[in-house]
Write a new protein. Structure first.
Length: 512
RNA sequence: GCGUUCAUUGUGUAGAGGUUAGCAUCUCGGGUUUCCAACCCGGGGACCCGGGUUCAAUUCCCGGUGAACGCACCA
């Protein structure tokens, strides 16, 4: 069975169409027993993901980030240094009663029983449980042995083989290039760098389609920066009046249910955030998501409370999107990692190349890192999900033109006369020649073809009719309101290019 | 991992211990059609896997696998 039903009608319709129209398939491989939480991007999904990635790339490049690509596999020491080996596993324990058989995370179980975790030595958990005679919280039977659940994926390499780790995040692999980047940047900080690629996590229970998978693509931008620069950050000055919706840790603790929309400047004045450079990253995340036509009411930035921060984070905010299907979900984490990473890599590698000159003469410091980390799959899922609009007559996929898989369609009004088709083919080929994604379709009635393409996010359709044969014009139809104008075939490529790059709008097209 | 529910063409479903496994949608070919899922003709496509009961199982039973949801988990 494919991605299946929820009770909600709209949700199941969205999930059905995602699969039916070739965006997302899975769990994969469907013809064998699928692997939990593994999905395929179908033809339209792959095109859309490419576009989404390029949209992100373009935005990062606009802000002077450079892209790098690092290996997926790295020796264990890298992840020891990063802190992942130490923290990226759970201690689990299972009830021995076969009827219960429940599995618990030891730390949360003990916490719920009222133990103070700070007083427990985790190397002696087993002894602790035996000493305290701890029983299953659900059925009071005795518990089995404490086991480690590793959340990282490992693999074997070499002859004889030794164990390597598949990266659980891209960020760390980016930091490893710091000495090289520092030279590339001619020893100027801050360094702006990003990486897009796969990461792997042995998630206990993958759920909710692309929202929780074991292999997933990340796009993580890093600003490697001196502490003084974090407070005096030029890009921030340009954007300090930009307003974002923030839900601070304090507000959450005071049970304020709603985020407030305030400017970056105000957020700093009110000490909701501390550093201008960090504030600017919140802007970047917000702006990127808003640019995908995701309604602002469905976007917010939520600060991590102290107990949910990752081991490396000084401050952490999540950009969350309110999914039509799954509710508020994180798509982007913005982390103030301080100098945690580079300090650790300095210690573990014993190389002294990670120091840079500080402000005072002779001072050597380890630079700080500000990180913005997107889950590409999640962003993809939300951009797609939010775009579905079910109208009376039609299903509309209202995707941003820059990420929609196929922005243009070419239709001969009818199959006959054949000349309609030859004009259409020519236009189609011209579009493709000019790197403009399009489809050509002559099957069925024109109305049917409009309906079909509306459902996959086509923005504009060019239709060749009998008048086309006389005066070299075609109609262009706007998906949004189904309105049409006539345009000259000669000017069509230029027009499509301009529409694609938001250099013109449908309204701007002159009537002829 | 636990629990609940479920498993029939691509999708949504009907169905009975013995059926050419039905319907809608989809899809393909042809006809028709001068702009919004029209119509006509013709074609295509399914009983999750293994075992048991039975003369006979897609249907009943057991097991497996998978899915949705809930619990737990989510660096």
């Amino acid at each position: 069975m494919l991605i299946c039903m929820t009770n909600d009608d709209e949700s199941s319709k969205i999930l059905m169409l995602m699969s039916h129209r070739g965006f997302i398939w899975g769990p994969s491989p469907e013809i064998y027993n699928p692997v939990k939480g593994s999905y395929e991007f179908g033809p339209l999904g792959k095109l859309m993901k490419n576009n989404l990635e390029n949209y992100i790339r373009k935005l990062f490049r606009k802000h002077n980030f450079w892209e790098v690509q690092c290996p997926l596999i790295s020796p264990e020491i890298v992840w020891k240094a990063s802190g992942h080996v130490e923290r990226f596993f759970d201690y689990i324990i299972q009830c021995e009663n076969k009827d219960c058989n429940n599995l618990f995370r030891v730390d949360t179980m003990l916490e719920q029983m009222g133990y103070d975790l700070t007083e427990i030595n985790f190397n002696e958990l087993q002894e602790f449980i035996e000493k305290e005679k701890i029983k299953c919280p659900d059925c009071d039977a005795s518990l089995g042995k404490v086991a480690k659940q590793n959340l990282m994926v490992t693999s074997q390499l070499g002859f004889p083989s030794s164990e390597f780790i598949l990266r659980p995040e891209t960020a760390t692999t980016t930091y490893l290039t710091f000495p090289r980047l520092y030279n590339f940047y001619r020893t100027n900080l801050p360094i702006f760098v990003f990486q897009m690629g796969y990461a792997f996590r042995n998630e206990i229970s993958p759920r909710k389609m692309l929202l929780r998978t074991r292999e997933f693509e990340q796009c993580e931008g890093q600003i490697i920066i001196r502490p003084d620069q974090e407070l005096d950050f030029e890009p921030y000055e340009e954007k300090k009046n930009y307003k974002i919706k923030m839900w601070s840790a304090k507000a959450q603790e005071q049970n304020d249910k709603k985020s407030v929309k305030i400017s970056l400047k105000k957020a700093i004045e009110q000490k909701i955030i501390q550093k201008p450079a960090y504030a600017w990253l919140l802007y970047l995340a917000y702006d990127l998501v808003k640019g995908l036509n995701i309604p602002e009411k469905n976007i917010r930035l939520r600060q991590h409370k102290n107990d949910e921060k990752a081991h490396y984070a000084h401050d952490a905010w999540d950009l969350e999107i309110k999914s039509k299907i799954y509710g508020w979900t994180e798509v982007c984490g913005i982390h103030d990692r301080g100098n945690y990473d580079l300090t650790r890599h300095q210690e573990y590698s014993k190389k002294k190349q990670l120091f840079v000159p500080g402000l005072k003469k002779g001072e050597k410091i380890i630079p700080h890192v500000l990180e913005i980390a997107f889950g590409v799959g999640r962003l993809f899922f939300f951009a797609l999900e939010q775009a579905f609009k079910f109208e009376k007559e039609r299903n509309l996929l209202d995707l941003h033109i820059q990420i929609t898989p196929v922005p243009f369609a070419v239709f001969p009004l009818m199959k006959k006369p054949i000349e309609l088709q030859s004009i259409g083919r020519k236009i189609y080929e011209d579009l493709i020649e000019n790197d403009i994604s399009a489809i050509y379709d002559s099957a069925g009635s024109i109305g049917k073809r409009y309906r079909r393409t509306e459902e996959i996010g086509v923005r504009y359709a060019f239709t060749i009719d009998h008048q086309s044969m006389e005066d070299n014009t075609v109609t262009i139809r706007n998906i949004e309101d189904m309105s049409q104008k006539r345009v000259k075939i000669d000017e069509l490529i230029q027009l499509a290019t301009n529409l694609l790059h938001n250099k013109t709008t449908f309204e701007d097209i002159p009537e002829i």
